[in-house]
Design a protein. Structure first.
Length: 324
């Protein structure tokens, strides 16, 4: 049935409801959109950033991706932008540092059991001894408890801003997800500044309404208190620790490389902004889905963060594609 559907004249990528496909033998490529058809060849743009030519006779390997739900329009729009960008010099496309399959191959060479591998757990999640700065489980649990909505509301109601600011600084000093200088800077705020800082944190984590506005307000507060535009780790570490299923700590260099195979036409500012954070969240969510498709389900976006950093930090690039 799928083959018969694919043998009819192909729709163009500009069609508002142009169908999306997956390659039945290469699910790690992600979803694809037809870019062009010339004679007996069709080219499909896939989510991993690659344009691939498929010859007639192999069209049957492209199966409709009909399980995307509310993600379908967003994926189609992004793929269409990549296709159109080939003829538009004003659109910047981030080239993938490596195929996603190469990242997974490196990951499984290092950790054959994936995210359940004992070495991954020991290195990144929960050690057998005292936790180190690289361990995510204990510090995230502490952050969720210390910065829960009830604890935050209690601190505001009892004028406990200074104490809560010091608790946050202590948390951040015990993880490598934020620079130690930021924890020291929080400690060095005066009482009025700590009150302003804590109110912005509580609004960021638990405020009602649009998340973008809370994130922008938090960035404005950081800029005012610390006299510079906040970098990505500083801006995202608290939501990434407190709610790691919905938010991610951004390491920009590696995350931009990851964007090359997930959302290569989006914009990723050098310093934190709400618009670019939305795009980085798309990258994290897309990475998580690709990993699950490859048989490696992350626990949360902290696992996704560490997967991206492990496979795409500068020191790892030379090992992508290396043989066992």
């Amino acid at each position: 049935m799928a083959q018969a559907t694919l043998e009819v004249p192909a729709p163009t990528p500009t069609d508002p409801d142009a169908p999306l496909y997956r390659h039945s033998k290469r699910p790690e490529w992600g979803v694809g959109l037809l870019a062009w058809e010339r004679g007996s060849t069709r080219a499909y743009q896939f989510e991993d950033g690659r344009l691939r030519k498929i010859r007639k006779g192999f069209y049957k390997l492209l199966e409709p991706a009909d399980d995307l739900g509310d993600r379908e329009d967003r994926i189609r729009k992004n793929l269409r932008r990549v296709v159109n960008a080939a003829d538009d010099a004003d659109v910047k496309i981030i080239e993938a540092a490596a195929p996603f399959s190469a990242q997974v191959a490196l990951f499984t060479r290092l950790y054959p059991g994936g995210f359940e591998d004992p070495e991954w757990i020991e290195d990144h999640r929960r050690p057998s001894g005292a936790p180190l700065k690289r361990h995510r489980g204990p510090i995230s649990e502490e952050a969720r408890e210390a910065l829960s909505q009830s604890r935050c509301e209690e601190a505001l109601a009892s004028d406990g801003h200074e104490e809560l600011a010091d608790i946050i600084a202590d948390l951040l000093a015990r993880t490598d997800l934020a620079p130690i200088a930021h924890a020291k800077a929080i400690k060095g705020l005066d009482p009025d500044e700590k009150k302003r800082y804590v109110e912005a944190v509580v609004q960021l984590l638990h405020g009602e309404g649009a998340g973008d506005q809370h994130f922008k307000g938090y960035l404005d507060t950081l800029r005012a208190l610390f006299d510079e535009r906040p970098n990505w780790r500083v801006a995202t570490v608290l939501p990434g620790l407190v709610d790691p299923h919905s938010h991610v700590v951004v390491r920009r260099s590696a995350f931009v490389r990851q964007a090359g195979s997930i959302a290569p036409t989006a914009q990723y500012s050098r310093r934190a902004t709400a618009a670019s954070y939305r795009n980085f969240l798309r990258v994290a969510a897309g990475t998580r889905k690709r990993l699950a498709t490859a048989g490696h389900e992350p626990r949360d976006l902290l696992d996704v963060h560490d997967f991206i950093w492990t496979t795409l930090r500068t020191a790892a690039l030379e090992h992508l594609g290396a043989e066992k």
